[in-house]
Design a protein around this ligand. Structure first.
Ligand SMILES: O=S(=O)(CCO)c1ccc(-c2ccc(C3CCCC3)c([C@@H]3C[C@@H]3c3ccccn3)c2)cc1
Length: 239
């Protein structure tokens, strides 16, 4: 099948995001822990791009009872989004590139005193076999990366267009069940790494943005992972 015009970018960004997600948060990377809740650790780096706060964020979480495939599938699929994305006012799939790649147009709820934002991004889901450790379980990744489309120009309506590059990388670990027993959900653990760089687009006060990030990101990841557990708990396991 002929590859889509965006395919080279999707391939490049997805692999870069996978590499970036695997980098640790220790050492001289400048990551500072800013939120902790149970097994969830959230780190950020304070960075500005032409006076705008674009603090990279990296969150590491460990969730029992769901697989990386199930978690990435929920994060990717439009039909689940209203169930876990509390900051969404509107969401449209504007292009169906393939069964693993969509383009979303989203309007985010206004967060006072910042102007309301919208985002236009491609979203790609992929299973990655771990080349370094073949008997480790597969990784799943979803990448959301801002893009431009002539039919949806930025900053023409009431919203300021924000630019994002986000990845959700999940790895599944299975405690071997007793001889001859089937794997149960309590034998499954999913290690989640969520990375995001959000450029808010138009001006927003640094202090306000940092306060929004500090408040919203922990809520966002907890709400998302709880939704995944609820969605999957009574369903057959999808590896
Ligand atoms: O992971 S995703 O791809 C899931 C698809 O929806 C994604 C997550 C978050 C955003 C996002 C959009 C707007 C804003 C701000 C910027 C100025 C005023 C609103 C924020 C700030 C960081 C705070 C925030 C963090 C988490 C959740 C909501 N709010 C984040 C976009 C996409």
């Amino acid at each position: 099948a002929v590859k889509h015009r965006l395919w080279p970018e999707i391939e490049k960004v997805t692999m870069e995001q996978l590499h970036y997600a695997r980098l640790g948060v220790g050492g001289a990377g400048g990551w500072q822990l800013f939120a902790e809740d149970g097994d969830m650790r959230m780190y950020r780096r304070e960075e500005e791009a032409d006076g705008l706060v674009v603090d990279p964020l990296k969150a590491c979480h460990v969730v029992k009872g769901v697989t990386g495939h199930e978690v990435c599938n929920i994060f990717f699929s439009p039909e689940y989004r209203s169930g876990w994305e509390a900051t969404l006012e509107d969401m449209t799939v504007v292009e169906n590139i393939s069964n693993d790649t969509l383009i979303f147009l989203q309007t985010h709820k206004r967060i006072w005193p910042a102007t309301q934002r919208d985002s236009l991004f491609w979203s790609h889901i992929r299973r990655v076999s771990d080349d370094q450790d073949p008997d480790a379980h597969d990784l799943w990744i979803v990448c959301n990366h801002s893009t431009e489309l002539p039919d949806y120009p930025a900053n023409t309506g009431k919203c300021v267009r924000l630019y994002l590059s986000v990845s959700l990388v999940c790895q599944t670990f299975i405690d071997p069940p007793k001889e001859g027993e089937r794997i149960k959900r309590e034998d499954i653990t999913c290690k989640i790494t969520y990375c995001s760089v959000v450029n808010p687009g138009g001006w927003a006060p640094a202090s306000v943005l940092r306060a929004v990030y500090k408040r919203e990101y922990p809520k966002f990841l907890k709400r998302f992972t709880s939704f995944c557990i609820d969605q999957c708990k009574d369903k057959p396991i999808v590896f």
